[in-house]
Design a protein around this ligand. Sequence first.
Ligand code: SF4
Length: 302
Amino acid sequence: MASTPEIVEFQGTLEGSGFTSALLRWAAKSRRDLPWRSTRDSWAVLVSEVMLQQTQVSRAEAKYLEFLNFWPTPEDLARVQLSELLKFWTGLGYPRRARNLHQAAQQITNLHQGRVPQELDQLLQLPGVGPYTARAVMVFAFEKQLGVVDTNVGRLLARWCGNSLRPKDAQELADKIVAPGQSWDWNQGLFDLAATVCTKRNPQCRSCPVESWCAWQGTGKDPAEGSAGVSKRQQPFRGSNREARGRLLSALAQGSVEMSDAASVMGLVDEQRRAVQLVNDLRDEGLVASQGDVLLLGDLIK
Ligand code: SF4
């Protein structure tokens, strides 16, 4: 499929213009010091990307080194029971990620001799690894020449083009503009720019290193609204299924829970049917097991 006119026009403004070097210079000066940036170990990179999928950087940062201390290789994680990992995961949220990571570790151990694969199709076969995470591993561990488009980078690209982008277009543009031979620095630079300067609200256009190439420059309707990969408003956490599930899993990390107490533990005393449905969902996902009327974490019952 042909590039959209906005992409063609934006690319036209870049040729020989110093855009790439301006961004790389800024990136080198402004790089955030994050623990996963000091390694190219593919397992460490995969772990960090899974943690960052739905958890704030500050919370992931606190757990990342601890995780690698416990399970420095896929084989180490593949050996433990899921329940042990779920206990560790408390506080990070979205525990399905833990189950997927556990299964991915087993797959890497059994099918890839304990080494995280480098190719897109093989990475996409790993549980919990979608196109974003696969590309992030390919770039941040193996330095492949690709663009990595998360929510923040999607916003940046739409603003540069002055128009909302479909996912395919955003990825195409991201791949086309990667600095040759510097994909790691380039993609981390985009993350930093989007997180600290080109923020969702009140972007700092006057101090932006690439303002003169940006079609939007903060004036008028934000082209990132409704664009590919740009996050929609999240449902409030309070009262959500996510909160109720998290409460039950936290309680189970401490010990068993009687089924008759589950609704109360989940804060759903007046919503018994909803509580039962959530327990069933957790059981179907392999995060909760039951023995008679007693609930336990994950795979404690074999
Ligand atoms: S000029 Fe403003 S909108 Fe454009 S990339 Fe920079 S911070 Fe973002």
